[in-house]
Design a protein around this ligand. Structure first.
Ligand code: 13P
Length: 255
């Protein structure tokens, strides 16, 4: 059975004290998780050692990172490598978030290299895809997302694609309060699974976890997660509040 995941992407929010407090609050209310229902917390890089220590006693809650550099090491001032993250005991790395693509000029070729770095360093990738509003308005979202997956992921071997989680995050729904309807999410997730099946076969596609992200909150999580091909969520704003995040985790467990 494929794994369900709720992953927190804190983006560039919270200082060290606020981050530690939030994880303490989450710890107090965390429902029982298991190998089919995981939680990931991806704080800013600076938090990672502290977060790893805090999560060490929480079963099935894993530390993540929001990015890594596409080269292994070297003169790249200000950057963090995948091997550093692995050494710090990070388990998941978010690659290709639309904010990275848009504000930091990360293109498909770079994202393919980042994906390779994460996998070569024995971590798992949370690979983000999703269309802008103008593409959705013209009905081009399926082709757009398919092209992102092909360019960023489909060079991978079957063994490697099994260590990838896909996160569908329509750009028009991120931080806007606009959420994809459960029908829109299901239609796209089904398409993503079909595209993976075409490349890697039905068995691989059936096992791959596909998350939804974009204004996911307690009020809509249960409906989104009840869709057949929606295997959890990548959560921004609502992950900064313990009660909201815990409600979304519960929605995953009950879905
Ligand atoms: P919001 O949940 O704030 O819309 O952000 C979604 C997101 O970008 C998660 O990576």
């Amino acid at each position: 059975m494929r794994k369900k995941i709720v992953a927190a992407n804190w983006k560039m929010n919270l200082n060290l004290i606020e981050g530690a407090d939030l994880i303490n609050e989450i710890y107090k209310g965390l429902p029982e998780l298991n190998e089919s229902n995981e939680v990931v917390i991806a704080p800013p890089f600076l938090h990672i050692p502290q977060t790893v220590t805090q999560l060490a006693n929480m079963e099935y809650v894993f530390p993540g990172a929001q990015n890594c550099h596409h080269e292994a090491a070297g003169a790249y001032t200000g950057e963090v490598s995948a091997s550093m993250l692995n050494n710090a005991e990070v388990k998941y790395v978010i690659i290709g978030h639309s904010e990275r693509r848009q504000y930091f000029g990360e293109d498909d070729a770079m994202l393919a290299k980042k994906t390779n770095q994460v996998l070569a360093n024995n971590m798992q990738v949370i690979f983000c895809c999703g269309e802008p509003l103008e593409v959705r308005e013209q009905g081009g979202q399926n082709d757009y997302v398919e092209a992102q997956l092909k360019a960023g992921l489909f060079h991978l071997s079957e063994a490697h694609i099994k260590n990838v989680v896909i996160a569908y995050e329509p750009i028009w729904a991120i931080g806007t309060g606009l959420t994809a309807s459960s029908a829109q999410a299901q239609t796209m997730h089904q398409h993503i699974r079909a595209v993976v099946a075409e490349q890697y076969g039905a068995a691989v596609a059936a096992e791959i976890t596909i998350l939804y992200g974009g204004s996911c909150k307690p009020g809509n999580a249960a409906e989104l997660f009840s869709c057949e091909d929606v295997d959890g969520g990548l959560i921004g704003g609502a992950a900064l509040n313990a009660d909201d995040f815990l409600a979304i985790v519960s929605a995953m467990i009950n879905s």
